[in-house]
Design a protein around this ligand. Sequence first.
Ligand code: ATP
Ligand code: MG
Length: 348
Amino acid sequence: MVPAEAAVPAAASGIAELGAEARRARASYGEGALVVCDQVVRIYSGAGIEVQALQGLDLLIEEGELVAMVGASGSGKSTLMNILAGLDTPTAGRVKVAGQDLGALGARERLAYRRRQVGFVWQQASRNLLPYLTARQNVATPMRLSGVDRGRRASLSMELLEVFGVAHCANRTPSGMSGGEQQRAAIATALANLPRLLLADEPTGELDSQTAQEVFAALQTANTELGATVLVVTHDPAVSAQVRRTVAIRDGRTSTETLRHDTADDLGNAVRHAVEYAVLDRAGRVQLPREMIEEHQMRDLVRLESERDHIGVWADQPAGPAPGGQNRPGDGPADGPAGTGQPERRSQ
Ligand SMILES: Nc1ncnc2c1ncn2[C@@H]1O[C@H](COP(=O)(O)OP(=O)(O)OP(=O)(O)O)[C@@H](O)[C@H]1O
Ligand SMILES: [Mg+2]
């Protein structure tokens, strides 16, 4: 028998090892990604009401990606954008952009982060541009705040307006520009200090579809020609269909991702394929799509069954013959551990 005093250090070192492993896993999560959201929680509390806007959200974005974010109103999209923009901080969890832990930034570092590392474009054009400055002055302002000299400011701001097709608006204030022109000048302004990350929260929300397409093309230019990693919130299916990766947020968590890739058909024409995946988070959680839950009348508890190449999810309803003539999990005495629906006979 192991003496009690010998068992204690062994157990303690086991726990210490587990702790060290968990810390290593946490530190290496998203290593190399430009944006790392690690179990991000944001709770708004006030007047006795608590809103859990983000509920343990995980998201990784690699440098160079252009990602669309979709989700119902109130699902937490703007909350996440504000945190990534350095305007708000999470209640719990960790957010890293370009290796900087946003929760650990002091006031000066936070200001530097907002000036140089990240650019943002909001839905309301009035929030993006200063109304009493011309387009060119608007673009030059972030450069001036970052200490760029006058000559370089003048040439760079003109270059940026040209890249986004609004050089003709250089000497106009926003009131003399169309909605689309304002948003394209706003993108030029957001990129004035060549940030690595460009955030756009429904930048096309107030525009007609043709103009929205032009603004989205400007975001693509920011991505392909200026090398910015772009995260764009949109309700516009035409926009989300044009990106390779669309992340859907539901109830403060990433729920599904649609990945698109192009192949060629027999005639050499490009064909785009889209595959929707459910997100499996690091705690092992998957959100089942609402339509599937309703179709299969699932609620409260479901049974899981591990098959050779997939996991079956079963509504907890009266047993009947399952598809393919198999028994439903829970049928008969061969049932395995409670709650898993894993029959012992499957361990063969
Ligand atoms: N400052 C705040 N104080 C309290 N609750 C807030 C605050 N900001 C957002 N919320 C709440 O947090 C939740 C998420 O809001 P958020 O603005 O992130 O949603 P959204 O996905 O951007 O929605 P929309 O598509 O309408 O813009 C909502 O329930 C919202 O009411
Ligand atoms: Mg929003």
